[in-house]
Design a protein around this ligand. Sequence first.
Ligand code: BTN
Length: 326
Amino acid sequence: MQLTLKDEILQRFLQANGEPISGQQLADEFQVSRTAIWKHMQSLQQEGYTFETIKKRGYQLVAVPDKVDFGQLKQLLTTERYGQQVHYFDSVESTQFVAHDLVRQGAPDGTLVIAEHQSAGRGRMMREWESSQGKGIWMTIIIRPEIAPHQAPQFTLVTAVAIVNAMKAMFKNFTPQIKWPNDILVNGKKTTGILTEMIAEENRIQALLIGIGINVNQQLEDFPVELHHIATSLAIEGKESIDRVHLVAQVLNYLEQFSDQYVKNGFTLIKKLWEESSCTIGSQVRATTLREVVEGEAIAITDSGVLEIRQANGVVKGVYSADIEL
Ligand code: BTN
């Protein structure tokens, strides 16, 4: 998605931080008529942006709608690639499905697919993922790292570390923790899930689709009753509503930084950061895999992202994929 004149006008107002800008000034800057500027501002008003007229000084942006705004996102990104191409939707079945199509069409590294609502959001093991309108962050990032297919699971851990760092940078009144392999918990309840899918040919990764679902501004009644004891949102835990676009930008900024660091220097630092934020390592766990139930103390993750559990008889078992109860 390229910036249109309307996006550029909006960016100009956002950068002005509430200072008024005159119609003539905008017309001169963008070399269009004042009528053209006025039409775009009217269209922004219809999308929920509110401008006030300040006598002799111009227009002031006083309110923005609660949607993940592309122009605003662009301004907050410090990335070179992640989020530089955005496919934004009001509603889709699943951002993962859209991302699959985009990979086939050759979408570049870092392409972001983001939606306000998903009608068929998917979690791990083909479970449903509740994705209510405008309340959360439902997005998939297409990345094309130069790594071997067997390293792909480590990217789920890279992503978890990036999300936790983004949350820690933004929220001081709670501490997010990672539950192996892909959940971010706050106060013991799930706020975030990660779904990593790989498209590979022989020994080469064509693309990884990193699906991220973050419960942001839901209240308890927005969740189905059966999820009340296990799911929560950042707004519930932080007791205030949250600006989603800032969080999307922070996640992408950290994700590009950690992905590049991982591709260049390997898993050691990521593993350390992951373990520091983990609530799994050192805890007694019950891991339900497709074949068995393994109980014991979670002692480490290996370089391939496998969770090691020391059972009561002292035998250490590696678990590749499981549901974990702490
Ligand atoms: C899980 O914890 O089971 C993973 C949940 C992943 C949900 C995200 S929301 C954006 C992307 N689109 C989907 O359909 N799923 C992922």
